[in-house]
Design a protein around this ligand. Sequence first.
Ligand SMILES: NC(=O)c1ccc[n+]([C@@H]2O[C@H](COP(=O)([O-])OP(=O)(O)OC[C@H]3O[C@@H](n4cnc5c(N)ncnc54)[C@H](OP(=O)(O)O)[C@@H]3O)[C@@H](O)[C@H]2O)c1
Length: 386
Amino acid sequence: MNEKTMKLTVLGATGSIGASTADVMLRHPDKFKAYALVGHRNSQRMLALAHQLNPEVVVMTDAGSAAELKGKLPAGVELQSGMDAAIAAASDSSVDMVMAAMVGSAGLPAALAAVYAGKRVGLANKECLVTAGRIFMQAAKEYDAVVVPVDSEHAAVHQALAGHDHDSITRIILTASGGPFRDRDPASLVNVTPEEAIAHPNWNMGAKISVDSATMMNKALELIEARWLFDMPADKLSAIIHPQSIVHAMVEYRDGSVLAQLAEQDMRSPIAYALQTGERLEAGIPWLDLAKTGRLDFQAVDIARFPAMRLVQDVMRGGDSLAISLNAANEVANQAFRDRKIGFMDIVTTVEAVLLRVENVPVDSLEAVWSYDREARVLAQEMMIL
Ligand SMILES: NC(=O)c1ccc[n+]([C@@H]2O[C@H](COP(=O)([O-])OP(=O)(O)OC[C@H]3O[C@@H](n4cnc5c(N)ncnc54)[C@H](OP(=O)(O)O)[C@@H]3O)[C@@H](O)[C@H]2O)c1
C-alpha cells in the first residue's frame, strides 16, 4: 500500500453521503482505503459497497441486517453487528479518518468515539453538534482530533475562514435553497405530502434531511452546528435564501470584505474537501459555468413561512438543553410526518410545543444529553396525540 494511503471508516456508508464518499474514494484508489463500512439496515446496498471498496470490516448496527450478509461478503471481509462494533470501527488504531454520516442523534456515539481516539473526522452528521456541540468540540481540542465539516455550507465557511483571524469576523451567512415550498402560498402547506416534501429542487438527499429542508429546520440545525464549529455567537450567524444553491456560505470581515464559496450542487465537493489533507482532489464535479447559471438571487428568510427560523434564534441564545430538545422533537415529528401520522405544518408546531415544556440549561455530560433527548421524544409523542 502507498505510504500516503488514508484508511477510512465510513459511518452511514449505505446512505446518500456514504454513496458520495464511496464515489470520491473510488476516484483515488491510491489515496484511500476503506477500513470499515458501517450501515444500519440496508444490507443489499452494503453488499454492493463491500464489493466495490473491499473493506477489512463491515458493520451493520442492526443485527438482523448483519445476519442477511452472512456468507455473502467478499473473502476476508469481517462481518460485525451492533453500535459497539461501529464505535470500535470508528476508533480502531489503524484508522486515519472517520466519515461521520449516520443520520440523527444515533450518529453521536460513534462520531464521538472517533474524536476521543484523536481521528480526523469528516462531519456530515449535524445532529452531533446540535445535541452535544460543547462536549464534541471540547473533546476534539483535548484529544487532538481534527473536525472538518462536510455540510456544504460549513465546508464553504471553513474555506472562507482559512488564514483569517477569528476576531475580525463580523458575520457568517449560510445560504438556504428555501426547499420545495419556497414560493408556495403558506396556506396550501397544510396538505403537502411526504413525497412533495422529499422532492428537493436542488439536492438529492436522504428522506429526513429533505423534509428538514422543506421546513427549514435543516437551516436551523446548521446555524446551531455553525455556532459550535466556528465558535461564533448567535448574533453573528444568519441565513439567507439563495434559490440557485451555488453560493454555499459567506464570511464577512470587519473591513467590509465578504468572502463567498461557490460550487455546483454536489456533495462530492465538500466530501473531497474534507478528505484532502494537502492538495485538492478531483471529485467528478462539472465546471461551474456562471454564464449558464445567469443569475444568483438572494432574498431574506420569511419567518412567517418558516417558523423554524424564528425558533432557532431563541434556541441559540438559550441553554444546550433547548438545542437537544429541538433536535429530538424534530426527529420524532419529521418521522411522524413521513409516516403520514401528522401534517407538514405540525412538524414545527410540535417542536415549538416541546420547547415550551423543557428546561433551559447548559449541558456538559453525555448522560444529560440523552436524558433531555429522551424527555423531548416523549413530549413530542404526547403533543402529537393531543
Ligand atoms: N445528503 C446530503 O446531501 C447531506 C448534506 C449535508 C449533511 N447531511 C447529513 O449527513 C447525515 C446523513 O445524511 P444522508 O442524507 O446521507 O442520510 P441517509 O441517506 O438517510 O443515510 C443515513 C445513514 O445512516 C444510517 N442509519 C440510519 N439510522 C441509523 C441508526 N439508528 N443507527 C445507525 N445508523 C443509522 C443509514 O443506514 P441504512 O440505510 O443501512 O439503514 C444510512 O447509512 C445526516 O445527519 C444529514 O443531516 C446530509
